[in-house]
Design a protein around this ligand. Structure first.
Ligand code: GCV
Length: 671
């Protein structure tokens, strides 16, 4: 009975596979006509039961898979896989063994084995000359690099999703039925859980960091309990974002001052209530004193005071507080926004409780198409840290543009070593739309986030290949073209939106289209595009040097500080981030800055035009009609948007450069 709904979801998957609305993501159904035999401690836990069921239904390369639990091996959440060739006489078959020291390890090992099968990773064993019977042919051992591999959902209790572009909240907050979830919701959330488990995600924050105090009231906590029960067998822990002012907002206390004993007591009682419902609850994610959210600063207290008070409430139950460093405009008004996280938090290094983790966005500003890494990762030596990436493409064309984000994340990970972090969070791009993510290719970003969270050494190329193999199953030539498009798409987007280190020149609020001239005295300066690009008749860009600018370069470790400080050594991709550059400055290409800017914008548009014509003219025979049509329509829109970006930015900047816009030529595609 326990797995009835699980089977039901497989059944539905089988029935709907033909239409392929993308609901089953990269786990599209590979059904085995003869379910294989899975042996091992299958009844030891529901998690192992799921691993076994996945293999039974989807492993097609041999008659048997063995699961083995050996706690002595100390593999944590990892696994050891061995695949042997058997039956060397006729067509070779494979016999696989997965050994782990935890149920989670067996689950992850099962998904890895299926991934190997579905991406052709074991094909050579099936085609190679038969080896001696029983010889071990394929062996791999893996453990995740980070303990915490987490999604952050910015889902509101009214059902909307902040910066969500794929429909409403997947949690259906309005359907509160005590501890029950509707069958339809169970079905959808089972697909969600399965998808996350397949890529190693082991934690999820259910609600927006701009949190409603109501999330901590009983009816919502009971719903959270029901969700946690559904996710638990998939080894996914539930966390909640909390509003720092909750006890006051709910009328339980007259203040939310973290040093007030009544307030601390309220949080301790609340923690006890939560853990009674959800014994493995992960903890709280907190956005405090940021963009209008309440926080300890409202009472003259520090972030450390606030975080420690919450940490103290969670400590007896093993929970953590994840405190965000995304704060600006509160205590350091007037300071360059990109410097404020370090200014605010560095003095608190070492003052936070040991169950507090500081979570920072990859760049020092706000998920721009390209940012240099956030220096805070190098500045906190006594505070555990997590990185925050954004899967939902708030500033990268949302769910309308094909932009594969793994290359951007790899750029960040090339500066911030995995050992500097205890985990990584991704702001989810999921919604209640059929295919979860809106754009069929946006699914690749969810997939890539999970794979990199498991192993940040994986290459963007391999992840793209894995995803496309599991999602589309194309002939080699088309697969290569598709991967090429994915891998070049981030640079392309940067080219047509904000090349050479430009940033935040988006339309106010919705962050979709361009508004380089955006300025409104009613808004904080840090929300206005003109604050960031600083175009004038001399040049373009934000001077962040120590010598003449805001001094943000000094927050970087010496090697990078020196590199970024000098115009000549600053990588061109970050040039206008760190320097105000003369329009006549000679770039590496030999072009002037103005010519180079035109070149990048033209190149970005030309690339999208190529993507669109390739998809439109060549790909129809290889993709099911529904997804082909969807992508075709979206690429047409992306091309129009890219042209709009180019035209509006170049028109605007040409007024300062006082140079004619260089029109596209046939040579503008980036080499
Ligand atoms: C959840 C940016 C976004 C906001 C978001 C904020 C944050 O400012 O535009 O929607 O709020 O980042 O990360 O807290």
């Amino acid at each position: 009975m326990k797995y009835v709904l699980f089977y039901l979801s497989f059944l539905l998957c089988a029935v709907t596979a033909k239409a392929n609305n993308g609901e089953h993501l990269w786990l599209d159904c590979h059904w085995s006509a003869n379910p294989c035999q899975v042996v091992g401690p299958l009844k030891a836990s529901p998690t192992i039961g799921i691993a076994a069921e996945e293999l039974r239904q989807h492993w097609t390369l041999g008659p048997q898979v063995r699961l083995s639990l050996r706690s002595m091996l100390q593999l944590g959440e990892g696994y050891h896989i061995t695949v042997r060739q058997i039956d060397s006489s006729k067509c070779p078959q494979l016999k696989a063994t997965i050994v782990a020291s935890s149920a989670a390890g067996l689950l992850y090992g099962a998904y890895q084995l299926l991934r190997l099968q579905n991406t052709g990773g074991l094909d050579s064993l099936l085609t190679s000359a038969p080896k001696d019977h029983g010889q071990s042919l394929f062996v791999m051992t893996e453990q995740p690099v980070w303990k915490l591999r987490m999604l952050n959902h910015w889902d509101n209790l009214d059902g909307s999703v902040e910066r969500g572009y794929a429909g409403n909240s997947i949690w259906k907050w309005k359907q509160i039925l005590g501890h029950e979830l509707t069958p339809q919701l169970r079905r959808r959330l089972t697909i969600y859980a399965r998808a996350n488990a397949s890529i190693g995600i082991n934690a999820t924050v259910l609600n927006n960091v701009n949190a409603s105090p109501l999330i901590l009231t009983r009816p919502y906590l009971e719903k959270v309990q029901a969700i946690a029960q559904l996710l638990r067998p998939y080894h996914i822990k539930v966390y909640l974002s909390v509003n720092f002012g909750t006890p006051k907002a709910l009328g339980a206390t007259s203040t939310a001052d973290p040093l007030c004993p009544d307030v601390a007591m309220w949080w301790q009682r609340k923690a006890k209530e939560i853990y009674a419902l959800i014994p493995d609850f992960g903890g709280f994610l907190v956005k405090a004193n940021s963009e209008g959210q309440p926080g300890p600063g409202d009472y003259g207290r520090s972030h450390a005071d606030g975080a420690n008070m919450l940490a103290n409430a969670l400590k007896p139950f093993g929970g953590s507080v994840i405190w965000r460093s995304f704060v600006y405009g509160a205590h350091h008004k007037g300071e360059d926004r990109v410097k404020q996280a370090v200014s605010e938090f560095e003095p608190m290094d070492g003052l936070m409780a040991d169950n507090v983790i500081l979570q920072s966005k990859n760049g020092p500003l706000d998920f721009q198409p390209r940012e240099p890494f956030a220096p805070i990762f190098y500045r906190m030596h006594h505070t555990p840290q997590m990185g925050e990436l954004q899967i939902t493409q708030e500033y990268l064309g949302q769910s309308k543009h094909l932009v594969y984000l793994a290359p951007m994340w790899k750029e960040f990970l090339s500066y911030v070593r995995p050992s500097m972090l205890v985990g990584i969070a991704g702001v989810a791009n999921t919604g209640d739309t059929d295919n979860w993510c809106g754009h069929p290719f946006s699914q690749a970003n969810w997939y890539a986030f999970g794979r990199l969270a498991w192993n940040p050494q994986l290459s963007a190329e391999n992840i793209a290949l894995e995803w496309s193999r599991q999602t589309f199953k194309l002939p080699t030539e088309q697969e290569q073209q598709l991967c090429h498009v994915m891998l070049s798409s981030h640079e392309t987007c940067t080219d047509y939106m904000m090349p050479l280190g430009l940033h935040h020149i988006f339309r106010f609020d919705h962050h979709y289209g361009p508004e380089p001239g955006g300025f409104n005295p009613k808004y904080p300066l840090e929300w206005c595009p003109t604050y960031y690009h600083r175009a004038d008749t001399l040049g373009l860009g934000f001077d962040r040097t120590v010598a003449t600018g805001s001094g943000a370069t000094a927050q970087y470790p010496p090697h990078y500080a020196a590199l970024y400080e000098q115009l000549d050594s600053c990588p061109e991709r970050y040039l206008l981030w760190f320097h105000h550059v003369a329009w006549t400055h000679r770039m590496l290409s030999g072009r002037t800055l103005w010519q180079e800017l035109c070149h990048h914008y033209n190149s970005g548009v030309a690339q999208v035009a190529q993507y669109r014509s390739w998809w439109h003219n060549d790909m129809h025979p290889y993709i099911d009609n529904m997804r082909w049509q969807q992508v075709d329509t979206l690429l047409t829109r992306q091309l129009a948007n890219a042209q709009e970006w180019r035209d509006s930015c170049l028109n605007y900047f040409s007024r300062f450069a006082r140079k004619p816009i260089i029109r596209p030529s046939t040579h503008t595609i980036r080499q």
